[in-house]
Design a protein around this ligand. Structure first.
Ligand code: FAD
Length: 320
């Protein structure tokens, strides 16, 4: 069976959810061979094996931490040369897309970015992408070289599929370019204790209807009662009420959680583009004609300042 390279996104050995989703998609195409780099790479093996990796190629060197993406591209290319895979799958983060694009150029292959699904076609993997603010989906395949495909978070379920996950050291020779761009400092983002927006199973968002930074506390309280991430519309972000890193939509992040709760958000096309693939959508809006209600599974016509605290109280009371 053909092997499929999966680039692993991890933090000190803790594998991030989008990589586990990639393993689900990789198993449709062939046998997943994971490539884990940097500090803690070997500690990723158990989680990767549990989700279908037949092999885990690991490499660690100071270059991975001290320089930007080129050392990682060198390593992924070394894995590519060693395995001759049927496809290379990479998570669609900013870094993942840069690594994938550089690899595709080096190996002379076509690339598809931001896929939301993958299936097996007669002539190789067929990727689904969402286009024009999610008004259309397109299907495409790479027609030259080995397909390099980046996949957005929440595009597939995480499935248990135990496999050998044998760890093998990957020998890497760094290219002359590897040390061209040095990391000079890192500032960890202050932790809110909430899940990462693009990976969260539940997202609670606030829009212009929240009417001020100080009122976002009620959105956060509902999010915390549900163990959810907090999102915001661009109107709320542009007003300075919430950080841009939490913006959902065309010029923000795309989310596809099990549950999305939109509060005081009208449902503009650019906002929908980032959340309309959510499994269940709930909206609270005082205007019964708001376009968001065309999209929802459950809608509450009401003042969010009354509805949201009641909802939070109800959720908390059910937790006993
Ligand atoms: P509004 O459209 O003003 O809606 C506020 C809603 O709150 C209304 O429906 C109102 O009835 C309701 N409301 C008010 N008070 C209450 C209350 N007390 N209780 C309940 N409901 C209440 N937008 C994004 O969100 N994300 C993007 O990434 C994005 N990218 C864009 C890119 C481009 C190129 C452009 C042109 C626009 C983009 N926009 C984006 C902006 C988008 O067009 C809308 O302007 C924006 O989404 C509106 O945000 P909103 O729904 O919070 O505000």
């Amino acid at each position: 069976m053909a092997e499929v390279l999966v680039y692993v996104d991890h933090v000190d050995g803790a594998v991030r959810k989008p990589t586990l989703e990639l393993l689900t998609l990789a198993r449709r195409i062939g046998e997943p061979v994971a490539v884990a780099l940097g500090a803690g790479a070997e500690n990723t093996a158990a989680a990767l094996a549990e989700h279908g990796a037949v092999k885990v190629l690991t490499a660690d060197a100071p270059e991975f931490a001290e320089y930007l993406v080129v050392p990682k591209v060198d390593a992924l290319q070394a894995a590519y040369d060693a395995v001759s895979p049927a496809a290379v799958l990479v998570p669609s983060s900013a870094e993942g897309k840069e690594i994938a694009a550089r690899l595709a150029v080096r190996i002379g292959s076509g690339i598809i970015t931001d896929a939301v699904d993958l299936e097996v076609g007669d002539e190789g993997p067929v990727a689904t992408q969402s286009a024009f603010a999610a008004s259309f989906t397109t299907k495409s395949r790479v027609s030259k070289g080995t397909p390099v495909i980046t996949v957005k978070p929440n595009s597939a379920a995480v499935e248990a599929a135990p496999a050998a996950g044998a760890v093998e050291a990957l020998p890497v020779t760094f290219s002359a370019l590897a040390t061209g761009t040095k990391v000079t400092s890192r500032t960890p983002r202050e932790s809110t204790g909430r899940p990462e927006l693009t990976e969260a199973a539940i997202v609670v968002s606030g829009g212009r209807g929240v009417n001020g930074a100080e009122n976002f506390g009620i959105i956060e309280a509902l999010a915390d009662s549900l163990g959810a991430a907090v999102g915001a519309s661009r109107a709320a972000v542009d007003a300075g009420w919430y950080p841009h890193s939490n913006q959902v939509g065309q010029t923000g992040k795309s989310v596809s959680p099990q549950l999305y709760i939109a509060n005081g958000i009208s449902g503009a096309i650019q906002h929908r583009a980032g959340m309309q693939t959510s499994k269940t959508i709930v909206a609270v809006n005082k205007d019964a004609e708001a376009p968001i209600f065309d999209l929802v599974d459950y809608g509450v016509v009401g003042d969010l300042f009354q509805v949201v605290p009641q909802l939070t109280e109800e959720v908390n009371s059910r937790k006993g």
